[in-house]
Design a protein around this ligand. Structure first.
Ligand code: NAP
Ligand code: GLV
Ligand code: GLV
Length: 328
C-alpha cells in the first residue's frame, strides 16, 4: 500500500477498532454524535475506498454511487446487514462484511434477560418500589409466569437461536424451533430441540423468541394471524429486527390481553416506538442493547476493522457476506 486507502468510519466505535484502521488507512472518523444525516453521509463517502458503517446507516445504491468507483468494501459493525443493499454492492464488485459470532452469547444473554424481565414483571416491580408503593410482601403482589419447566419456541435456529436453546437446558425447558431448514439430527439431539412448522410452534410455546434476520421473507413474519395462534398465556420476545413483527398488531394483541406479554429490543421504525406500546405494562422495552457489553462491542470493532483492512490489502475477508463476489 504505497498510497494509503481512504476510509470513512461513520461514528465513533471502540478505540481498538479505529486504531487498526488508522494503521493502514487515511481515516476519517465522524465526530458527529448521532447517525450521520443523509446529505453529510453522501458527501463524506466521496472517493473513499472503504466504509466502516453501523446498522443505523442506510447504505444503498445512492451511497455507493456517491462514493464512486474506488469503493471496495462496506464493513458493517453488526451481524445483521439489512441496512445494506448487498445485491447492489455485489453488482458493483464491492465486498460487504459483518461481525458474526462474537456477539452471539451477549445477544442471547439480552434475549434471556428480556424473557425473565417480562415473565417476572421486574420492570413493573421496579417502578412500583420507586413510586413508594411497596408495603411489604403480599400473597398476590405482581404474580408472573414460571420459566423453569415451560416450553421455549425459537424462531430462527442459527447462532443466537441455538445459544438460547443452550440456556434453556439449565431451566429444564422443552425446546422447539422453526427455521427455513432443520439442523442435523445430531444438533437437535445435543440441544434437545425439536423442529416445528411455524404455526405449530406458535400454538405450543409458552415463550417465543425471534432470531431470524430481516429479509423480504421475514418482514411481518409475525402479524395479526400469527399472534392469534399464540396461547393467551404466552409471551413474545424480539431481539432480532423490529419489522419482523407487525408492531401495531402486537400492540393491539397486548392491549386486548390476547397474549400475556412481550419484550422488545428492536422496533419497526427505530428509534420510533409504536405509541400504543408505551402505554402498556405488559411489555418491556429496551433500546437495541443486544450486543451492548464492553467486551463484545470491542470484539466487534476489531472484527469490522480487520475485515475492512483485509479487503483493502487485496485479501478475502473472514466475514464476507456476498461470497458470490469472489472470482467476479
Ligand atoms: P444466523 O446465525 O444467520 O441465524 C439466523 C437463522 O435464521 C439462520 O438459521 C437462517 O437460516 C434462519 N432464517 C433466515 N431466513 C429465514 C426465514 N425466512 N425463515 C426461517 N428462518 C430463516 O444469525 P445470528 O447471528 O443468529 O443473528 C440473527 C439476527 O439477530 C441478525 O440477523 C440480527 O438482525 C439480529 N441481531 C440483533 C442484535 C441486537 O442488538 N438486538 C444483535 C445481534 C443480532 P439460513 O442460515 O439457512 O439462512
Ligand atoms: C445488531 O443488531 C446486530 O445485528 O449486530
Ligand atoms: C418468601 O420470601 C418466602 O420465604 O416464601
Amino acid at each position: 500500500m504505497s498510497v494509503k486507502p481512504k476510509v470513512l468510519i461513520t461514528r465513533k466505535i471502540p478505540e481498538e477498532g479505529i486504531k487498526i484502521v488508522m494503521e493502514h488507512c487515511t481515516t476519517e472518523v465522524s465526530d458527529f454524535d448521532g447517525v450521520l444525516p443523509r446529505e453529510v453521509l453522501l458527501d463524506k463517502v466521496k472517493e473513499k475506498d472503504g466504509i466502516l458503517c453501523l446498522l443505523t446507516d442506510t447504505i444503498d445504491q445512492e451511497v455507493m454511487e456517491a462514493a464512486g468507483p474506488n469503493l471496495k468494501v462496506i464493513a458493517n459493525y453488526a451481524v445483521g446487514f439489512d441496512n445494506i443493499d448487498v445485491e447492489e454492492a455485489t453488482r458493483r464488485g464491492i465486498m460487504v462484511t459483518n461481525t458474526p459470532g462474537v456477539l452471539t452469547e451477549t445477544t442471547a444473554d439480552l434475549a434471556w434477560t428480556l424473557m425473565m424481565s417480562i415473565a417476572r414483571r421486574i420492570v413493573e416491580g421496579d417502578k412500583f418500589v420507586r413510586a413508594g408503593k411497596f408495603r411489604g410482601w403480599e400473597p398476590l403482589l405482581l404474580l408472573g409466569t414460571d420459566i423453569y419447566g415451560s416450553t421455549l419456541g425459537i424462531v430462527g435456529f442459527g447462532r443466537i437461536g441455538q445459544a438460547m436453546a443452550r440456556r434453556a437446558s439449565g431451566f429444564n425447558m422443552k425446546v422447539i424451533y422453526y427455521d427455513m431448514q432443520r439442523v442435523s439430527s445430531q444438533t437437535e439431539n445435543e440441544l434437545k430441540a425439536s423442529f416445528r412448522p411455524l404455526p405449530e410452534l406458535l400454538q405450543e410455546a409458552d415463550f417465543i423468541t425471534v432470531h431470524v434476520p430481516l429479509t423480504p421473507e421475514t418482514h411481518h413474519l409475525i402479524g395479526e394471524k400469527e399472534l392469534n395462534m399464540m396461547k393467551r398465556e404466552a409471551y413474545l420476545i424480539n431481539s432480532a429486527r423490529g419489522p419482523i413483527i407487525d408492531e401495531k398488531a402486537l400492540a393491539r394483541a397486548l392491549k386486548e390481553n390476547r397474549i400475556r406479554g412481550a419484550a422488545l429490543d428492536v422496533f419497526e421504525r427505530e428509534p420510533e416506538v409504536e405509541p400504543e406500546l408505551l402505554k402498556l405494562d405488559n411489555v418491556v422495552l429496551a433500546p437495541h442493547l443486544g450486543s451492548a457489553s464492553y467486551a463484545t462491542r470491542t470484539k466487534m470493532a476489531v472484527m469490522a476493522a480487520d475485515n475492512l483492512v483485509r479487503v483493502l490489502r487485496g485479501e478475502t475477508p473472514p466475514n464476507l457476506v456476498n461470497r458470490e463476489i469472489i472470482g467476479k
